[in-house]
Write a protein that binds this ligand. Structure first.
Ligand code: GLV
Ligand code: MN
Ligand code: MN
Length: 478
């Protein structure tokens, strides 16, 4: 337990009048519980530890969100009753770790939040303020994890947000505006190819709501079928019901690991995000004649695989050619058909991720990639059967008033920080369209992310939660 004040954690002090400044001495993060929760949540994975793979609407994703089989609960209930004397009813740490099979919604419930879900499974846990008609302050992130990734990306911003609420509750603070924790559905594009699916919809993307009616995954399972199997998108549900109304939140603040090396290298506690880089993703398909790897002579080939390989190299060339260190491009998916060693690829599929803090420079790169795809196709006599821009999002700027609230908090807590841009995208990119937005980074080991070695120390997470809690408190009183 990290106790910042020396006060007992559950001190029965009544100071509901407390302004955030006087809260300072009462803030205590239960870092042990939080660390245990992060570890427990990482076990909801389709790949072995230390890697984490949690894909939208799969069994592991569903279990991570909410209560598992009724049967398991009944069993746990019986065991709990039996161990009543010893059971410590705190988060998942009860029943001596017997009941692992429930998660985020359960934790929200244990923190006294009223929980609701929308048609795509964005989950909201609300702590009512004493002026519940004012627009709430929201915080949150995601818990889905790309294949073979780590256990902190997104998770710190969801479990950390629930702990921030616990911190404020333990301190005796009473919010004026309600505080709402949001778990966003599918920040990662793994299953349906679209990033920030939940927050994009919350921000009112008509195009996405329409596209989801016909979107399928790599196994040809439709989005709607997958969502229904997870208990969402019921027959009567309209996807556009997810859209947030203007002014739904007075502010949105996301806590996240940096996913870069700067804070650790500079020995700083916190990064205040000023802007989020503009992401885009592309899908490209080439088609050739294929044929026998021995019998078709080299001059007679039109190899779709080599067209894809050449395009991948051109992506690198155009990105480097932008002349800015801020331009990045990645070919993370390259598939060949039929995928046999002795068959010339007759089809290839390439997925390209490119980003920049400067939207125009990023768009110029996309245009050059398009020109390359066309030129390569004609030179190699393959067909460019698809060149699709899946998303081409502008950057987002953090809101001045949210930044100022964070800066004031950091001063009060005497924590070092720097202003920085986020090169990764986050649900905040879309929340910025419907609410004043801010983001808060904590250092992570060597900047590792999207791989199993991802790590953030309990101390740094504790600092992040403390800053989040106090900033939420400030924003709630505005
Ligand atoms: C988020 O996961 C990103 O790819 O930036
Ligand atoms: Mn990620
Ligand atoms: Mn993330």
């Amino acid at each position: 337990m990290e106790d910042f004040s020396g006060y007992p954690i559950h001190a029965p002090i009544d100071y509901s009048f407390a302004a955030p400044n006087s809260l300072l001495s009462f803030l205590s993060v239960d870092s042990t519980a939080l660390e245990n929760q992060i570890d427990e949540l990482s076990t909801f994975s389709d790949t072995p530890a230390p890697s984490v793979t949690r894909i939208l609407y799969t069994e592991k994703d569903v279990l991570a969100r909410r209560c598992a089989l009724l049967l398991v609960f009944t069993l746990c209930g019986l065991i709990l009753r039996y161990h009543k004397e010893n059971a410590c009813f705190h988060g998942i740490d009860w029943g001596m770790g017997i009941c692992k099979l429930q998660y985020i919604k359960n934790l929200m419930g244990l923190s006294g939040l009223s929980v609701r879900e929308d048609a795509v499974g964005n989950i909201f846990g609300r702590w009512d303020g004493y002026e519940p008609d004012l627009a709430p302050v929201a915080t949150g992130s995601h818990i889905d994890a790309i294949p073979y990734s780590g256990k902190y990306d997104g998770v710190v911003g969801v479990l950390g947000a629930i702990e921030a609420i616990n911190v404020l509750k333990r301190s005796g603070f009473k919010p004026k505006r309600s505080l709402e924790v949001v778990l966003f559905t599918s920040e990662e594009p793994t299953r349906f190819g679209i990033s920030c699916l939940g927050s994009r919809l919350l921000a009112g993307s008509e195009a996405l709501a329409e596209a989801l009616k016909t979107t399928v995954d790599a196994q040809n399972i439709s989005f709607l079928e997958a969502a229904r199997s997870a208990g969402y998108a019921k027959e009567q549900d309209d996807i556009s019901s997810v859209f947030l109304k203007e002014g739904s939140y007075s502010a949105f603040l996301e806590l996240h690991i940096e996913q870069g090396p700067i804070l650790e290298a500079e020995g700083l506690s916190i990064g205040i995000v000023t802007a989020i880089a503009a992401p885009a993703s592309l899908k490209v398909d080439f088609e050739g004649n294929g044929g026998h790897a021995g019998a078709v002579l080299m001059p007679n080939r039109n190899d779709a695989g080599l067209a894809a390989a050449e395009l991948a190299l051109d992506v690198e060339k155009h990105v480097l050619g932008s002349g800015s260190i801020d331009t990045v491009g990645t070919v993370g998916i390259l598939e060949l058909h039929p995928g046999a060693i002795n068959s010339i690829p007759s089809k290839s599929h390439v997925e390209i991720d490119t980003r920049d803090i400067d939207e125009k420079r990023r768009n110029d790169v996309i245009e050059k990639i398009h020109q390359s795809a066309t030129t390569i196709a004609s030179r190699r006599r393959v067909r460019l059967s698809e060149f699709k821009i899946v998303n081409q999002d502008p950057p987002a700027l953090s809101d001045k008033s949210v930044i100022e609230a964070m800066e004031a908090t950091l001063k009060e807590l005497n924590l070092t920080h720097k202003m920085m841009i986020s090169r990764a995208y986050h649900d905040s990119l879309f929340m910025a369209r419907v609410s004043p937005m801010g983001m808060l980074f904590i250092p992570c080991y060597k900047g590792y992310s999207h791989k199993p070695e991802e790590y953030a120390s309990s101390h740094n997470i504790g600092n992040g939660v403390k800053v989040l809690a106090l900033t939420l408190a400030k924003l709630s009183l505005k």
